[in-house]
Design a binder for this molecule. Structure first.
Ligand code: NAD
Length: 268
């Protein structure tokens, strides 16, 4: 199983203090990697790094600000000696860019649309520019984006986020080809496309805020998921370790569904 070994690898993960990010951080650390947890919520990032023990760091970053990303990269280089893998995990949905009985498509505010598009799409492209340049200079590096099932199977109501994640999947294909052809065939770019994981970003859509019971929409998702449950954050770890490690060395430009079979099921 040596090909899955992450010993000696240094991984920078944006949004690493979030729900899915923190689970990936834990999994990567257990596989032997040293982690730079990059997050706007620097206190949570540093707490998490302390819990993991020495060799891991929490670093402040705003993925929408190139100067901040560059500073974070410089910190990774000085503290970890370099970076081998970038995981673009910062992202999320926004109720303001989601239609509801009180908010029609026609009235979605421009600011909400731009917020969610920027966070998910620009927030993936900008760190890939900064870390990608660093990878290209050494002809080695690996980028893992976090797309979503909503990129290919857009969910009703979820307008802005679905469009932004479609952009993330498209960018994953684009950057994989660009880096391999223009810089080095050893530079890889892939994405995970999680299905439905019950976390803060979708709790307001899938559960009743007063009772905690599944909403009609929540039940519908379970009915359309052959594995008949929501994902739990640990369900992403195996695929992420595979993409981060040499086990996937001939895989680039791929968007891997981790969705309990949701994307395979026609509903009939
Ligand atoms: P989360 O909200 O728990 O974590 C997101 C993290 O990103 C937070 O720690 C937040 O502080 C950080 N962040 C926000 N804006 C930032 C910025 N400008 N700069 C740096 N960091 C910033 O979300 P999550 O549920 O863990 O989702 C993680 C990723 O997985 C996101 O890209 C999300 O879209 C994607 N995803 C989630 C699900 C799901 O069901 N939860 C499904 C598919 C994809």
């Amino acid at each position: 199983m040596n090909m899955f070994d992450l010993n000696g690898k240094r991984i920078a993960i944006t949004g690493g203090a979030g729900v899915l990010g923190a689970s990936l951080v834990q999994g990567f650390a257990e596989a032997g990697a040293r982690i730079a947890i990059l997050d706007l919520a620097v206190d949570r990032a540093q707490d998490l790094a302390r819990q993991l023990g020495s060799g891991h760091i929490g670093v402040e970053v705003n993925v929408l600000d190139k100067a901040s990303i560059l500073t974070a990269l410089e910190t990774c280089i000085s503290e970890l000696g370099g970076v081998d893998i970038l995981v673009n995990g910062a992202g999320g949905n926004s109720p303001g860019a989601t239609t509801s009985p009180d908010l029609s498509f026609f009235d979605i505010p421009q600011e909400s649309l731009e917020f969610v598009t920027k966070l998910n799409l620009s927030g993936t492209i900008l760190p890939s520019q900064v870390f990608g340049k660093y990878f290209a200079e050494s002809n080695t590096g690996n980028i893992i984006n976090i797309s979503s099932m909503s990129a290919t199977r857009p969910m009703t109501r979820v307008l802005g986020y679905s469009a932004a994640k479609a952009g993330v999947s498209n960018f994953t294909h684009w950057l994989a080809v660009h880096l391999a052809q223009e810089y080095s065939p050893d530079l890889r770019v892939n994405a995970l496309a999680p299905g439905f994981f019950l976390t803060e970003q979708n709790r307001f859509l899938l559960t009743d805020k007063d009772t905690g019971e599944l909403t009609e929409r929540g039940n519908k998702i379970i009915d359309h998921t052959p594995q008949a449950r929501f994902g739990s954050p640990e369900d992403l770890i195996g695929s992420a370790i595979w993409l981060a490690s040499d086990a996937s060395r001939f895989v680039t430009g791929a968007v891997i569904p981790v969705d309990g079979g949701f994307s395979a099921y026609s509903g009939v």
